[in-house]
Design a protein. Structure first.
Ligand SMILES: Cc1cc2nc3c(=O)[nH]c(=O)nc-3n(C[C@H](O)[C@H](O)[C@H](O)COP(=O)(O)OP(=O)(O)OC[C@H]3O[C@@H](n4cnc5c(N)ncnc54)[C@H](O)[C@@H]3O)c2cc1C
Length: 500
């Protein structure tokens, strides 16, 4: 082995979790190699181009890019490697189009949001404020401390001594779910359904299964740091992190698919690529999902006991059916917001192709589409099983039928959508699996049943010495700011382990 093929840290995958971890470690002086199977970085926060359109493949509602506090983890990750991004503030987080005419905008200004919601549920005025104010308590605790590895006892002690009340607050909320807190204050069943949707649209489970820590983060940060879109598209986040990684001395290789994590006497010591190349690392970080890591990159017959247990507690969430559309400008009524949620019947909220999520990033950054056109990305949860075992003709026919059903539903908010279509690309759970390298195209882990908040979620270390996981199958879960948290925590733990 030559010294050039021995790295301090090898990161498998350049999703945001992997890149934050890699940049943090490179900034601390570690020799870091990132191996990415695809041709560009970013994973679910990547992009693709068609003619003059630049589409986000997944994430588009971006938290963590604010300028204050400690929870703006994407801003902080970029800062750490001396790079930055221009962002565009989104004045409304989501415009909800829900059953029984519940048509509501979540304004960036907290009081305006409360007013909008209270206008629909005046009899719940007090309960609404109490619930969302309690979310702020969680957020204020998080936002007063440096968010690093909860697996590092000296850090925990330091933070506790510096901020005892914030730590006790977080300890109190860690085992709680948002639905239980909401039910303490709110009785109206339709309002509780709304809170379910407030959670479902990012956790893909209803409020009673959504950890309060995550809810506190999302429901408050949208009014604090706010939702901010990166100029040039979401893909810029990963591209800029890569620029920072390289500036800090790290290396990234694309089209470098890891097929095996190499172990010696039970310890992870390197990786093998599909082309047969081998790299050795003192520490190996997997940004692939836990299912991919333990079932594909390591021998499935020796999956560690605690991973089996974790899989009994968490399951893969559905993937998505995605429509990437280029549309004529005239399709969007004046005053249209960037993000929408559409649901016609509460019974359908969690079913396949029930809730539709919409993002129109060109309302914030018109340069992502040709002049006179907009991008509409509409997606809806869907299971891979609905798309397996089909002939090519059946697959294409099913895609087309599903796409037109979705377009017909979207006509309710964008009349003339069908007539104004300039471009349409349909992605299924199979597409997500293939391009994002995620088993079954899953969006990430969801609890199999109601759990104690975030208590069951795994941190970064694994049962295999030298192997760490980072990204959405680690604490605290899905979302770019959440995986950035995981990246900070993972790098922190590794830096301590390597004595950096
Ligand atoms: C449709 C959709 C919409 C979303 N909307 C939002 C949103 O609005 N806001 C938000 O915050 N979040 C959103 N998310 C969630 C968010 O995008 C993810 O939680 C987050 O990007 C996951 O990051 P990650 O670091 O876990 O890794 P991933 O994004 O999964 O990246 C992992 C990377 O590892 C690579 N890889 C995997 N296996 C290997 C291997 N064997 N060898 C080499 N490379 C490998 C993959 O190619 C990939 O690049 C959305 C997700 C989807 C799918």
């Amino acid at each position: 082995m030559t010294s050039s093929s021995l790295f301090d840290v090898i990161v498998i995958g350049s999703g945001i979790g992997g890149l934050v971890s890699a940049t943090q470690l490179a900034a601390k002086g570690a020799k870091v190699l990132v191996l990415e199977s695809y041709v560009i970085p970013g994973g679910s926060a990547g992009y693709f181009e068609h003619q003059s359109y630049r589409f986000d493949v997944g994430a588009s509602m971006i938290f963590g890019m604010g300028s204050k506090g400690t929870t703006n983890l994407l801003t902080r990750a970029l800062d750490a490697v001396n790079v930055s991004l221009e962002t565009i503030a989104d004045p409304v987080q989501i415009h909800y189009h829900l059953p029984n005419g519940l048509n509501l905008k979540v304004d960036r200004v907290y009081e305006k949001f409360l007013q909008n919601l209270t206008a629909y549920f005046p009899h719940e005025k007090v309960g609404i404020r109490r619930f969302y104010d309690e979310c702020w308590q969680v957020f204020n605790c998080l936002n007063s401390i440096d968010l690093l590895s909860l697996e590092e006892p000296r850090y925990l002690l330091r933070v506790f001594l510096q901020h005892p009340l914030a730590c006790l607050g977080l300890a109190k909320y860690l085992p709680q779910n948002a639905g239980d807190v909401a039910r303490r204050y709110i009785k109206d069943p339709q309002l509780l359904q709304f809170i379910d949707m407030e959670c479902y649209c990012w956790s893909v489970v209803p409020a009673n299964m959504t950890p309060m820590i995550n809810a506190g983060m999302v429901f408050s940060d949208r009014h604090y740091g706010g939702v901010n879109y990166p100029k040039g598209g979401v893909g810029k986040i990963a591209q800029t992190l890569v620029a920072g990684l390289e500036k800090a001395g790290g290396t990234i290789q694309y089209q470098a698919r890891v097929t095996q994590i190499l172990t010696e006497r039970g310890k992870a010591v390197g990786v093998k690529l599909a082309n047969g190349e081998v790299y050795q690392g003192k520490r190996i970080v997997s940004n692939a999902t836990r299912w991919d890591t333990f079932e594909k990159l390591l021998p499935v017959e020796s999956i560690p006991h605690n991973e089996k247990k974790w899989q009994q507690t968490y399951q893969k969430s559905p993937s998505f059916l995605s429509l990437h559309m280029g549309v004529e400008k005239s399709v969007l009524p004046p005053g249209t917001e960037c993000h929408h949620i559409l649901l016609e019947d509460w019974q359908e909220m969690t079913v396949s192709q029930g809730t539709i999520f919409v993002s129109i990033p060109t309302l914030l950054d018109p340069d992502l589409a040709p002049r006179g056109y907009h991008i509409i990305h509409a997606f809806t949860p869907d299971w891979i099983d609905n798309w397996q075992g089909l002939s090519e003709t059946e697959y294409e026919a099913r895609k087309e039928a599903a796409a037109w059903r979705m377009i017909e539903r979207l006509e309710q908010i964008f009349p003339g959508l069908n007539a104004g279509l300039d471009y349409l690309e349909v992605g299924t759970p199979r597409t997500h699996r293939r391009f994002l390298g995620r088993q079954d195209g899953t969006y990430g882990p969801i609890p199999r049943r109601k759990l104690w908040g975030l208590l069951g979620m795994r941190f970064n270390r694994t049962a295999i010495p030298g192997l760490y996981c980072v990204g959405d199958s680690t604490f605290p879960g899905q979302g770019l700011n959440a995986v950035a948290f995981s990246g900070f925590a993972c790098a922190h733990r590794i830096a301590v382990d390597l004595g950096l």
